[in-house]
Design a protein around this ligand. Sequence first.
Ligand code: NDP
Length: 244
Amino acid sequence: MSEVSGKVVIITGASSGLGEATAKMLAGKGAKLVLGARREERLRKLVDDIESSGGVATYKTVDVTKKEEVQALADAAIEAYGRIDVLVNNAGLMPLAPLDELKVEEWEQMIDVNIKGVMYGVAAVLKPMREQESGHIINLSSVAGHVVFPGATVYCATKFAVKAISEGIRKESNGQIRSTNISPGAVATELTDHISHKDSKQMADDMYDDAIDADAIARAVTFAIEQPGDVDINEMIIRPTNQE
Ligand code: NDP
């Protein structure tokens, strides 16, 4: 299967931003979607929108820091559609602050969502993908997974980890599981809304002046999925043309 049409795709963090844009684009191309996030109202509305445009989607609320809930999301995909072709590990948080602020709880949150959440996703889909002898895991890393910015140490650490996880999946794929690491630069979403440190928020807002639209990343995800089965797009970095 090389096209998007008919593929069963799970997307975490589908209630806003990149996840939502990706869901809409893939639905338009005929994917069967299972959408996860914590905000149920947003997910319900998204599924309604997709269905009223003729697409196929279902949702399940999930907190990706809880491995049983991530497993239940994967189980819901099997129950609804009988297989899992693609997991888009997209849920993520970016509460930036200098280390000296000692926002240790925010460090923990980022590690729990951005790293452990991704690994729980892998744990939940690996077995069915092995049984199918095919599958595709797409992880959202970041430019911050390639370069370390002051004030973003822990976020960068989590995104470097995501990049390592993507590479590890590829190395252990046994020719069965495609692995794509997607690294966006500044994209206009709700990601910067949760920055509690005032100066970091200002820095992010300045940087996001030139942010590109979430559709740019949805197109990248779609491109990776629609390649022929023997083609594995391993890495994409997508920056605003203006970003350093
Ligand atoms: P948004 O804040 O718009 O979306 C984040 C999504 O993650 C939401 O749907 C949110 O849903 C979900 N999420 C957060 N915590 C949890 C949790 N514990 N369990 C389940 N879902 C959760 O940001 P983006 O769309 O920009 O972010 C998507 C990904 O892209 C992230 O991994 C981010 O790091 C990455 N990225 C984004 C960039 C950008 O500039 N926008 C740049 C580089 C990477 P809910 O709150 O409903 O649970």
